[in-house]
Design a protein around this ligand. Structure first.
Ligand code: UD1
Length: 370
């Protein structure tokens, strides 16, 4: 017996994949989505949104729209958010309004009309720097990245000047909120866990690592790094790599993330908990840029290592996935090389589609199509 699930931000990159997964598991899906231009380039229903999804167009900060979207809903997956770490450092009011106030509006309505469970998308960004160890094995929880060292390295160091080594970060690490986005995500997570418990609902937060996959917003310059690299390579341009390219991340395929949301929605053990969600394999940004160029048939396009750090960025952060495995039974399945291949093919098709549209408009403009 499926549930009716409201996915806020359900027409977005992650939302569409979550919706598909929900539908395949016998749930009904409603999406509340603003269809903002930066992401959707035009506000028509995206092709990749499953036709079975009931789409409500509206702002998460609009109480009346949220109330309408909640009619007949059993559970909520809250994804609606502004998602760029870099952009959050200057678009402070917009990020804080959508991410924090928007979540507050959602809960104001949920207090009146509680659901069984709310699962919220949190982020690894809330940890700040991940967990590190010193060369002799001491753990460091409170690492703060400084400016670039005189020798050109960006890696955090211990008091003796020795480079610290990033190790998997568990959910027990204290948050260190280093960007407006991280502050926003922590507030979303806490509002969800505090208010669900207070009002007889269940709550779960997923701290997501770097998600990639088909359907990522290519026209959004603040989208995830793999989508940015893919469109640059497709246009014959070199990927621009910040810092020295040696920063480590865990890139997780969107299908694995969608499965994690289903597990978080359905597992009794998930109530009241936060979980890291990643792939379990970490890579440097430079290595990924090279792999991607190769997978797109352009091994000649070398990354442009800029040596400049982006405000608010974390140096290294990789997940400890033990808790997600133990309590949710979550394990990533997607092979990275195959995932990149799929992304590259999709990006190539998008470029082709763009050109087809452009060509069609040109013909129309000249009165050459009926
Ligand atoms: C991303 C997500 C964020 C999510 C977080 C979880 C986006 C827009 N942001 O943030 O919502 O919560 O993962 O981990 O998807 N970089 C380059 N060149 C570029 C762009 C980025 O070198 O052109 C570097 C960045 O400096 C950073 C790394 O790539 O070191 C990842 O950047 P990005 O994809 O923006 O992800 P996060 O900031 O980690």
């Amino acid at each position: 017996m499926g549930e009716t699930v409201l996915v806020t931000g359900g027409a977005g990159f992650v939302g569409r994949h979550v919706a598909k997964e929900l539908l395949s598991r016998g749930h009904r899906v409603r999406a509340l989505d603003l269809m903002i231009d930066q992401v959707h380039s035009g506000s028509t229903r995206p092709d990749e949104l499953d036709p079975e999804v009931d789409l409500v167009v509206g702002d998460i900060r609009d109480a009346a729209r949220v109330q309408a979207a909640l009619q007949g809903v059993d559970s909520v997956i809250h994804l609606a958010a502004e998602v760029g770490v870099g952009q959050s450092m200057y678009a402070v009011d917009r990020y804080t309004s959508v991410n924090e106030y928007g979540t507050a509006v959602l809960f104001q309505q949920l207090i009146e009309k509680p659901v069984r469970r709310v699962v919220v998308a949190s982020s690894m960004s809330i940890y700040g720097e991940g967990l590190y160890r010193t060369v002799d094995g001491g753990l460091r929880e409170d690492v703060v990245r400084g400016p670039r060292h005189a020798d050109g390295s960006f890696d955090p160091r211990d008091e003796a000047g020795r480079a610290l080594i990033p190790i998997p970060t568990p959910e027990t690490k204290q948050p260190a909120l280093k960007s407006v986005y991280a502050i926003n995500k922590f507030v979303q997570e806490r509002l969800t866990l505090t208010l669900t418990a207070q009002y007889g609902m269940e709550g779960t937060a997923l701290r997501l690592w770097n998600i990639y996959g088909t359907g990522q917003a290519l026209s959004n310059p603040y989208t995830g790094v793999l989508a940015i690299f893919a469109s640059r390579i497709a246009n014959g341009q070199r990927p621009m790599v910040f810092e020295d390219g040696q920063q480590r991340r865990d890139f997780v395929h969107v299908a694995d993330v969608a499965r994690a949301f289903l597990l978080a929605l359905e597992s009794p053990a998930a109530n009241g908990e936060v979980f890291n969600v990643g792939s379990g394999a970490d890579r440097t940004v430079e290595a990924v840029a090279r792999l991607q160029a190769a997978s797109m048939g352009r091994p000649d396009i070398a990354p442009d290592i800029t040596g400049k750090a982006r405000a608010g960025d974390i140096r290294h952060n990789i997940p400890d996935l033990g808790k997600a495995k133990a309590l949710l039974g979550y394990e990533a399945r997607q092979d990275f090389a195959a995932g990149l291949e799929e992304l590259s093919e999709w990006v190539a098709r998008q470029e082709a589609n763009d050109r087809v549209d452009e060509a069609r408009r040109e013909l129309e403009r000249r009165g050459l199509v009926a």
